[in-house]
Design a protein around this ligand. Structure first.
Ligand SMILES: Cc1ncc(COP(=O)(O)O)c(C=O)c1O
Length: 405
């Protein structure tokens, strides 16, 4: 059975809106996805029926809230096929997850002069946490160069590996170029040199099936809000043996075993890394978002989105002056582009007047923009509720704007 897109669109109330009198065409899904009714209702349901702080109370509601939070952890565990739910840490998002690893890993595993490898196409969230640690722990950052069509190559990574390399941190899918990086090969390469690998899955976990055990990946970071779940929640998957070695990131709340003024001992995994009241409403709603994805089937979603990407690429290429940034044959649902000499911001503003929501700017990847020698791009990014008709509206919109210049 193929996806029933008409049905799917009805599940997302926001999509039936008009903007400036035009039907909304929402193509900013790499920034955040819209939420299905089941997720919205779940949030309302929790606040209406079981709201209570988790892990703290013996009373009925607290037990129910704790069960629903821990059930969500198991849902995430199943989704990425982690070996244990103790390896699933709730954070506030991808950025928070990477900061947690950068802090804990550098403090416990690195000495001054040790090296972390990242790539030119990283989001600031996978650059700045390492720079902060560079100032604190004295690590150095090595950057894998970008090849012509927006790809990175294994041999370029291998070239940078030295006896001082401690970790490789790389995006699965670039939020600008759409490139799907060869993470299985990168992880194998790292492990050949006994180097763990962190995958930033912010742009992949909603599009491509990920099995952390099959990949043998050491850390995986992603955000709920980019996968049809609520904002404010994210996940860090970490292999138990690494998480056990890392010190806590923040203090207070459920992360303690015992506190005295002289000394504090820490809780077991995953709680060691979850300081303060966790977002138990957000976690439960993320579990609901995962169920929504699973109900339609990630394989089918991926096939549909891939066809949409091909269609959109073909149609956009028909436009005179169109320059697509990122032309790897291995791409996910992101198309960055420039048209003629038109500034992305001007084009974005005019498309907005036509009800079309696109992203413009550097997309939190300024070093990538520098490497490409541009200031920014327009970016259309797709979810499985988007349609070919919406792509046609985008193409017509761009043509209208081009005529105005
Ligand atoms: C590749 C990538 N990494 C990290 C992030 C940061 O995600 P968040 O803002 O949810 O922490 C994003 C967000 O766009 C992203 O695209």
């Amino acid at each position: 059975m193929e996806l029933n897109i008409e049905q799917i669109r009805k599940d997302f109330p926001i999509l039936s809106q008009s903007v400036f009198g035009k039907p909304l065409v929402y193509l900013d899904n790499a920034a955040t996805t819209q939420k299905p009714l089941s997720v919205i209702r779940k949030i309302e349901d929790i606040y209406s029926t079981i709201n209570a702080n988790v892990h703290r109370g013996v009373h009925h509601l607290s037990q129910l809230a704790t069960e629903s939070h821990e059930e969500a952890r198991k849902t995430v565990q199943r989704y990425v096929n982690a070996a244990s739910s103790g390896e699933i840490i709730f954070t506030s998002g991808t950025t928070d997850s990477i900061n947690l690893v950068a802090s804990g890993f550098c403090r416990s595993q690195c000495k001054p002069g040790d090296e972390i490898i990242i790539t030119t196409m990283e989001h600031h969230s996978n650059i700045v946490p390492w720079q902060i640690q560079r100032d604190i722990s004295g690590i150095e950052i090595k950057v894998v160069p970008l090849r012509e069509n927006g790809e990175i190559r294994l041999e370029d990574i291998e070239e940078l590996i030295s006896s001082k390399t401690r970790l490789i941190a790389v995006a699965h899918v670039s939020n600008v170029l759409g490139t799907i990086n060869p993470i299985a090969g990168i992880i194998r390469l790292g492990h050949n040199y006994n180097i763990p690998v962190l995958i930033d899955a912010a742009q992949s976990v909603q599009h491509l099936p990920i099995d952390v055990q099959a990949l043998d990946c050491d850390f995986l970071a992603f955000s709920s809000h980019k996968m049809y779940g609520p904002t404010g929640v994210g996940i860090l998957y970490g292999k138990e043996r690494w998480l056990e070695k890392m010190p806590p990131y923040r203090g207070g709340g459920e992360m303690i075993a015992h506190v005295s003024f002289e000394k504090t001992t820490f809780n077991e995994l995953p709680y060691k890394f979850e300081a303060g009241t966790p977002d138990y409403v957000g976690s439960t709603a993320l579990g609901e978002a995962i169920r929504y994805i699973e109900n339609w089937g990630l394989e089918k979603i991926h096939r549909y989105e891939d066809r949409l990407l091909q269609y959109a690429t073909e149609q956009l290429q028909q436009i005179e002056g169109m320059q697509i940034i990122g032309t790897s044959p291995h791409k996910s649902s992101v198309i960055s582009f420039l048209v003629g000499g038109i500034h992305p911001y001007d084009m974005g503003m005019l498309l907005d007047q036509l009800g079309i929501a696109l992203r413009t700017g550097h997309h939190c990847a300024q070093p990538l923009m520098d490497a490409l020698g541009i200031e920014g791009t327009l970016r259309a990014s797709f979810a499985f509720y988007n349609t070919e008709e919406e792509v046609d509206v985008l193409v017509e919109g761009i043509q209208k704007v081009v005529k105005m210049f």
